[in-house]
Design a protein. Structure first.
Length: 146
């Protein structure tokens, strides 16, 4: 009777370890290959210019881009051009055109052509005047719209 119990115990222990291994492998595959729900990245080019990236997001076909003046010198005459996955004809509802020497500004653009759940890779080219010289910076933003 003792040897039967020992045999069953070995069988269930071995089966249990195999089951745990299968669950770990499936979990690892899901983590590696499942699309992320919200991964936001944005790279400013040139990265050492006066315009710096703070944060961004796409919510219900609206882009919200927070940027700041990193130069310490006032900026004016700011213009925005949309590209990549962002609709070039997007309507700008909040358009900061003058930046103080410091502080954050928020650009809000509607009808950018990104539906909720869609992964996007768009650009916002920012043209600005600083001390009488025209500069251009481009924000390349990726993520998943919510």
């Amino acid at each position: 009777m003792g040897s039967k119990i020992q045999t069953y115990l070995k069988y269930f222990m071995t089966s249990g370890w195999v089951l745990i291994g299968v669950v770990l492998i499936i979990s690892a595959l899901v983590l590696l290959f499942a699309p992320s729900t919200k991964v936001l990245t944005c790279v400013m080019n040139p990265d050492s210019g006066a315009i710096g990236y703070v944060d961004h997001g796409v919510i219900a076909d609206t882009l919200i881009l927070k940027i700041k003046n990193d130069s310490g010198v006032p900026i004016n005459g700011v213009k925005y051009i949309f590209g990549g996955d962002f609709n070039s004809g997007a309507g700008i509802t909040n358009q900061p055109t003058i930046f103080g020497s410091t502080g954050e500004n928020t650009l809000t653009a509607t009808n950018i052509g990104i539906s909720p759940g869609r992964i996007y890779n768009g650009t916002v080219t920012i043209e600005y005047n600083q001390l009488g010289v025209i500069h251009i910076a481009t924000a390349s933003c990726t993520g998943r719209a919510i």
